[in-house]
Write a protein that binds this ligand. Structure first.
Ligand code: NAP
Length: 898
């Protein structure tokens, strides 16, 4: 209840103050006494409009800010709220111990700078009552109560395609029409059905953490059962245990939790905030999770275990939710690296919990840290040292039924005086699909989303014009500081509404192409993380029958914001706008590069590296070697041997990679990339190791003479000479001479393709296959991709020109030894796998080679690697998105050489 209001709600008493007229009603929460002359009430009377510009559902932090912005920009609105006050999640979640896990330095509105002086948080992690008070304070300050209808649920919303308006039905029986309709209903607002047999049999009091009684609960002297061990439970258990005479905690999956170390706001953050608030807030908005953090640069596997634990201890002591995960750069994508954190967290549980068996039961195993929402607690694990607290492992003793008096589990039956369900929420989509939202052609959102939410930017959905979700599925939402994400969405919606009005458009709707593109991008992001292996509410796994997809967007708050801004800046890319007899359809996909590749490109752009084509060959070679020295080495192989072999113009170095398995192995003669100018037999080391291990083949990576010192056809002649030598000596190298293939990347792909043609034309050796990764096949460089992907994807059009100029005269470039695509006959070549990358200048010539081979009757596997660039598939252990194409390459080699 807001300050200044006391007593029970009593709207009738106050009716006497209402001006006469239809549609006039009292607004404001929990009305108490309304004595004449009393002026400090937050409520009042207003004429409610049944037709407005915008209807907003929910008066949590999202709905409140949106209301403010709508008013400020001259839009009429109605905000409908099911509760009787503002605050959203902080209105409903009043269980004991409820606190925000994000520090108050970061979990505050930024849109009203005055608040920073007018409101002082008492603690680092604010408790629920204080956050609710903050919401009320803001609502009062900005007169938001007058714009909110409380105790009103929205039961349905229907789009009318003739009037281009939404009709919203409220639980009060009222019907409101609106041009725009916004769900600001929160991500965790609908408690899920506990799905435990017998829940309605129990006769005693039942409490749900997400719907806690406003007056609180006294568990003194009571035998209490708590079911669930997620954040809500972990926060409330120590408080319930402090009162209960007996507490039994029913745990299905243990969770990672760290102490909140609550107290005053962290001095370093406060200092940074006070030093330059604008800069701090800007950093938060462009950060990965909405909180300024130093980005890790160290792999958890790149330091000793002791060092890793020392670093984790430092993060632990910060008492910040995101600190542990941000200690190392690879915990989100590499299971082995993640396991270092898991070990550390388990060691902490062991230190605290006295009974080793209970400690083990409380120790998460089997899911990666961060793939279930990590928790913060105050004395959670310590609580299990209390004699009246017992932990039941539901995996060993499942609940067979709730009974009239208690719970039956395993072979036991126990009576309880109260049961607490801390069993979580129908997250992200529950609150949205619970309202019957019907878009164009009678399609309901529930039906459309039956196999998973489909959104554009997590903000909109095709078939539902002028409909918006704040922190919807497909946006960073629950994987971010919600305050930052809420403000960003509110501002995007506000700006969009203003843009539409100014341009004279009435409607906005995402296009199917854009929505599908966003789905693919979200999936690409999810695919490189560890989330999919865990049964979490992030994946919808906690609600039986819910589709299994990663609901939030994992690409990061900053990147996401830039994407939304880009969509607007590019004239509402991926949207169709219409109104006043005009229409604008700006179809397209906003993010197509693989997310990890995108990050590398961004990092390189920030580093401002010089372009290689501005260097001399010697400088370019030194630059390339220096870059190679920083990359991960690739997997272990059985053995690596360096040697020399006779080339066409003198000895050539080679490196042999032998698998750890028993030989003799099939042999792959590999040619490195580097535009015929740089690189060597060891420059593609990680890729060679990867192919050796995963294809179980012996790789002989061969050097060849480089331009400009040795121009065309030196590289081609060396490639063929090396192939002949390896074939002749395969047995002595430990290989199988009857199973030989060639492989190469980029210019090395060119050398490999040429070697295969020369072998066909010059009597051998007989090859079983050719693996060509983003190969150079045509010196004419007339293909569209040279222009389309001319710049911005590492290999540029001008760098390719630089390579060709060093390698071959114009007159030589059409020779098949330079341009294998231009060979008059491709029949009779060995089976091929050709891999091309979407954002590679060489894409089209690689595609053309694959098609030409197929046309000549050569069996071809053609992999067009979506979202990849010329270099990305070779970046072993650095870019997870390259793993599937490499696995396909290894499979192709196995097949060729079976
Ligand atoms: P939750 O994390 O989904 O936890 C629910 C718990 O109930 C899990 O331990 C789950 O086990 C268990 N459970 C569910 N159904 C069950 C069944 N039928 N039988 C036995 N156990 C069952 O829910 P929550 O704790 O309410 O938290 C939800 C989210 O709200 C959090 O992850 C967080 O994002 C947010 N939250 C934040 C704060 C904060 O900021 N301080 C506080 C509370 C909540 P399984 O793991 O095996 O499914």
């Amino acid at each position: 209840m807001p300050d200044g209001l006391h007593g029970e709600p009593d709207r009738q008493k106050c009716r006497g103050f209402a001006p006469k007229g239809v549609g006039v009603e009292w607004f404001g929460p929990d009305l108490g006494e309304c004595p004449p002359g009393k002026t400090d009430l937050t409520g009042g009377f207003r004429v409610s409009k049944s037709d407005v510009d915008v209807v907003v559902v929910g008066a949590g932090f999202a709905g409140m800010y949106l209301l403010h912005e709508l008013r400020a920009n001259g839009f009429s609105s109605r905000v409908l709220e099911a509760g009787d006050d503002v605050g959203g999640t902080w209105y409903w979640n009043r269980y004991p111990g409820a606190r925000c896990d994000i520090s108050t330095t970061d979990y505050s509105y930024t849109w009203d700078p005055e608040l920073h002086d007018q409101w002082t948080w008492s603690e680092k992690h604010a408790a629920q009552p204080e956050i609710l008070k903050y919401a009320q304070f803001v609502a009062k300050k900005h007169d938001l109560y007058s714009g909110i209808d409380f105790n009103v649920k929205v039961t349905g919303a229907v789009w009318n395609d003739s009037t281009k308006r939404w009709t919203i039905n409220a639980s009060t029986g009222e019907t409101i029409t609106a041009r725009h309709y916004v769900m600001a209903t929160g991500c965790l607002s609908v408690p899920k059905d506990p799905d435990i047999p017998g829940t309605d049999r129990y006769q005693g009091p039942v409490y749900v953490t997400g719907r806690w009684p406003h007056e609180g609960v006294d568990f003194t002297g009571k035998r209490v059962a708590v079911i669930g061990t997620g954040s809500s439970s972990i926060q409330s258990i120590p408080h319930i245990a402090a009162q209960a005479s007996e507490l039994v905690v029913f745990q299905r999956t243990p969770n990672y939790s760290m102490p909140a170390f609550n107290g005053p706001q962290p001095a370093d953050r406060v200092a940074r905030l006070k030093g330059d608030r604008k800069a701090y807030e800007a950093e938060a908005r462009l950060s990965s999770a909405g909180v300024p953090m130093e980005m890790p640069t160290v792999s958890a596997l790149g330091v000793s275990r002791d060092e890793a634990f020392a670093m984790l201890e430092k993060s632990w002591q910060k008492g910040e939710l995101l600190a542990i995960g941000a200690t190392f750069m690879d915990v989100g994508t590499n299971r082995e690296a993640n396991e270092v954190i898991c070990d550390f967290m388990r060691s902490k549980i062991k230190e605290v919990v006295k009974d080793p068996e209970t400690a083990e039961l409380l120790s998460p195993r089997g899911h990666a840290y961060g793939t279930k929402r990590p928790c913060m607690d105050t004395n959670y694990f310590q609580t299990f040292n209390l004699p009246h607290v017992r932990l039941v492992d539901l995996r060993k003793k499942p609940i067979t039924s709730i009974t009239e008096t208690g719970i039956e589990f395993g072979d036991e039956s126990k009576d309880f005086d109260a049961i607490v369900y801390a069993t979580g929420f129908d997250a992200m989509t529950g609150a949205i699909v619970n309202v019957d939202i019907t878009g164009k052609n009678g399609l309901t959102l529930k039906k459309k989303w039956e196999h998973g939410p489909l959104t554009y930017l997590g903000l909109t959905s095709v078939g539902f014009p002028n409909f918006y979700m704040i922190t919807g599925p497909g946006s960073p939402s629950v994987l971010s500081n919600m305050m930052v994400s809420i403000e960003q969405h509110v501002e995007w919606i506000r700006d969009t509404l203003v843009d539409l009005r100014e341009a004279g458009f009435d409607t906005i709707e995402a296009t199917p192409v854009a929505e599908e593109g966003w789905r693919v991008h979200c999936t690409d992001c999810a695919d490189i993380t560890l989330f999919q292996d865990t049964n979490s509410w992030y994946m919808g796994a906690n609600v039986p029958g819910k589709p299994r997809v990663l609901f939030p967007y994992i690409g990061g708050v900053g990147r996401y914001r830039q994407t939304c801004d880009e969509v607007r800046a590019r004239g509402y890319l991926g949207f169709e706008l219409s109104g006043s007899g005009k229409a604008q359809r700006n179809d397209g996909i906003v993010r197509q590069v693989q997310p990890d590749v995108d990050m590398v490109l961004e990092m390189m752009a920030q580093m401002g590296l010089p372009s290689m084509d501005s260097m001399s060959p010697a400088e370019a070679r030194a630059f390339s070697e220096a870059s190679s020295a920083m990359r991960p080495p690739g997997p272990e192989v059985g053995e690596m041997i360096d040697g020399t072999l006779p080339g066409a113009g003198g000895p050539l170095e080679y490196r042999l990679y032998r698998p750890a398995t028993k030989g003799p192995h099939p042999v792959v003669v590999y040619f490195h990339g580097g535009g015929w100018v740089f690189g060597s037999h060891v420059s593609d080391d990680p890729l060679c190791r990867d192919l050796c291990k995963n294809a179980d083949v012996l790789i002989v990576s061969v050097n060849y003479r480089h331009a400009p010192e040795d121009r065309f056809p030196a590289a081609a002649d060396d490639g063929y000479a090396a192939l002949q030598w390896v074939a002749a000596n395969a047995a002595s190298l430990g290989g199988d001479p009857s199973r030989i293939a060639v492989a190469g990347w980029s210019a090395g792909g060119n050398v490999a393709a040429v070697a295969a043609q020369l072998a066909r034309d010059n009597g051998g050796p007989s090859l079983k296959g050719q693996l060509l990764l983003t190969p150079v096949t045509d010196g004419s460089r007339q293909h569209g991709s040279h222009h389309e992907n001319a710049d911005g994807f590492i290999l540029t059009k001008s760098l390719m020109e630089w390579f060709w100029n060093h390698y071959a005269d114009e007159s030589d470039r059409s020779h098949p030894k330079a341009s294998p695509l231009l060979a008059s006959n491709l029949a009779g070549l060995p089976p091929a796998m050709v891999v091309t990358a979407q954002f590679d200048p060489l894409r089209d010539e690689g595609d053309a080679y694959a098609r030409a081979l197929m046309g000549a009757g050569v069996p071809v596997e053609h992999l067009q690697a979506r979202g990849h660039i010329h270099t990305s598939i070779t970046m072993v252990d650095a870019l997870p998105s390259g793993k599937p194409p490499r696995a396909q390459m290894a499979a192709a080699l196995r097949r060729f050489l079976a």
